[in-house]
Every structure is written in structure tokens, then in C-alpha cells.
Design a protein around this ligand. Structure first.
Ligand SMILES: [Cu+2]
Length: 322
């Protein structure tokens, strides 16, 4: 009995050693796709800064090269994976492949290879677009949609390849691949945020889009209520106190004038009229904007008051008007 148990323990130890010997290093193609995603991450942020400060002087800028390196690396890596699996010269991966037409390869490799080819195709299209229409005013021009489609496919392919390798690994390698999967997710989030971050440029800071982007993780407020008969109140004051205004989303009409106007329209005069004002008070929108033009340059403070779920909230904003 003891001998049988011993031999079984020995056998299971042998299996463990074998498993540990099987693969402890991250496959080369995962590093290659990592380099590809890092390259487009750096290139993307760099290119936006380049376009904003230098302009678009040439296609051959280092930022563009970093972006296109992503497509090239992903295309070559996944092309090699697909050809080696198709020709049967990659036995390690053979069991984790799918067939597309007559080719065989990991699913992630097909998706990322398509992405690489799409990215490279967008380059001449983008060049023609800039020559015809000049500088970009926003990230999503038609050639950029093609480019971003390619980047998206490379990211999805890379995620699938890492996840697939992770699922087939154990021990130390699995821990390593777990971390790599998390890191890749973080990089994809950063790339996705370039699109959201576009709405926070200085020129958009007076618009709701900027604050919507800043609150990207939040949901629109569903519990907005009228406060003192208005959806919101704002006080604008210049640093020298020479400009002062109290405005509402409907304009700068005073409460007293509103009362008077309301008294003329209905029998319910005075403050009681607040409940029956022309504005449908039950539905205060989650986004509030105030019609106001700053009369002269300077430093301003803007105080805004709203009411949510019975609580009045006050916020202060600073504005430097040039
Ligand atoms: Cu007010």
C-alpha cells in the first residue's frame, strides 16, 4: 500500500516537473504584439501633440512612423504565425488554431493580421486626405476611422492571443500572462481615452461635452430638481468685482420679473406661481448650460447651484477670459 502511494506521489511529482518544464517563458509573438500596441500608444499621443503644436508638415514624422510600426509589427508577426501554422511548422500552436479559407492560425492572429493590413492601407488614404483638405480639426476623419479600425483589431487580436496562451498555461507562466493581460487591457483603455480626452481641449471647456468627458465613468444625473423655481443658478463675478451677473439656464431674467410676468399670465401670482412656471419643472435635464457672454477680459469666478435629491449643491469654477 505504502509503496503504491509512494510511486503515485513520485508520478505526480514527475508530471508537475514536466508541466513546469513545458513552457515557462512568454511566447515571442506576445512580446511582439506588445511592442506593437506600445508603439501605437506612444505614437498616438505623440502625433496628437505634434499636430497641435507643429502641424502636419509631412507624412514621415516620427510620431506617424511609431503608429505605422504597430501595423507593420502586428502584420509581420501574425502573418508569420498563420503561415507557420498552415505549413505545419509550428507544432506548439497547432492545437490552438482555427481555419480561415485554406489558412490555419490562432484566431487572434487572423484578427490582428487584418488590423495590420488595414492600418497600412489607411496611410496613403490619410496622406491624400491631408493633401486635399489640410489639417485635421478632429480625430475622426474618414482615413483615421480606417486607421483606428485597424488599431482596434490589433488590440482585440493581441488580447485573444494573450488570453489563449494564458488559458493553456499554468504555474509561473500563467501568473506572468495574467499580468500581461491586465497591462494590455490598461493600454487599450488609454488608447480609447484619447477619443474621450479630445472633448476636454481648452476651446471646449465652456461646453457640456468637456464635463461629460471628465465624468466619463459617471452616469448622467437623473435626480435633478428645480431650486428656487429654476433648473440652476449661476453667479458670475470678475476678480475686481466690476462685473457681476446672476443668470439662469433660461437667461438672466430676475426672479422678480418672472413673478410679475407670471402674475399677468395666471391667477396664481407671487411666489406660489413658481410651481406652475412655463418650464416643465419635473424634468430638469442632467446637463445645464447658461447663456452668458463675458463682457470684458479678466479673471472670473463662476458659482453654480443645483439641487439633487433634495440637496442643494454649489460648485465654483474659474475662468480666464482673454
Ligand atoms: Cu438664480
Amino acid at each position: 500500500m505504502a509503496t503504491a502511494l509512494q510511486s503515485r506521489t513520485k508520478a505526480s511529482a514527475g508530471v508537475q516537473t514536466q508541466t513546469r518544464d513545458r513552457a515557462v517563458s512568454v511566447p515571442w509573438y506576445i512580446w511582439s504584439l506588445y511592442a506593437s500596441v506600445i508603439s501605437v500608444l506612444i505614437g498616438g499621443y505623440w502625433d496628437i501633440s505634434w499636430h497641435m503644436s507643429v502641424g502636419r508638415d509631412s507624412f514621415w514624422t516620427p510620431a506617424h512612423m511609431a503608429i505605422q510600426l504597430c501595423g507593420l509589427l502586428a502584420g509581420l508577426t501574425c502573418g508569420y504565425l498563420i503561415f507557420s501554422c498552415t505549413l505545419g511548422s509550428n507544432p506548439a500552436l497547432q492545437s490552438a488554431t482555427v481555419q480561415v479559407w485554406r489558412f490555419r492560425g490562432p484566431l487572434g492572429a487572423f484578427i490582428a493580421a487584418w488590423g495590420g493590413a488595414t492600418m497600412l492601407t489607411s496611410a496613403p488614404f490619410d496622406n491624400w486626405w491631408h493633401n486635399a483638405y489640410g489639417l485635421d480639426v478632429k480625430i475622426f476623419s474618414p482615413p483615421h476611422v480606417v486607421l483606428d479600425g485597424g488599431v482596434l483589431a490589433i488590440q482585440a487580436g493581441a488580447l485573444l492571443l494573450v488570453a489563449s496562451a494564458r488559458n493553456r498555461a499554468d504555474g509561473l507562466l500563467r501568473t506572468k500572462l495574467d499580468r500581461l493581460l491586465l497591462l494590455l487591457g490598461g493600454m487599450i483603455l488609454m488608447l480609447g481615452l484619447t477619443v474621450v480626452w479630445e472633448s476636454t481641449y481648452r476651446v471646449l471647456m465652456h461646453s457640456a461635452a468637456c464635463y461629460r468627458a471628465a465624468a466619463v465613468v459617471g452616469k448622467p444625473a437623473a435626480d435633478m430638481q428645480p431650486y428656487m423655481g429654476m433648473p440652476a443658478h449661476a453667479v458670475v463675478i470678475r476678480s475686481d468685482a466690476l462685473v457681476f451677473a446672476h443668470v439662469h439656464p433660461a437667461g438672466s431674467i430676475t426672479m422678480a420679473s418672472f413673478d410679475l410676468a407670471q402674475a399677468g399670465l395666471s391667477d396664481n401670482s407671487g411666489h406660489g406661481a413658481m410651481g406652475s412656471m412655463a418650464m416643465p419643472m419635473e424634468t430638469v435635464p442632467p446637463e445645464i448650460s447658461f447663456p452668458y457672454g463675458f463682457p470684458k477680459p479678466g479673471l472670473y469666478r463662476v458659482f453654480v447651484q443645483i439641487k439633487r435629491s433634495g440637496k442643494v449643491q454649489t460648485a465654483a469654477f474659474a475662468a480666464s477670459v482673454e
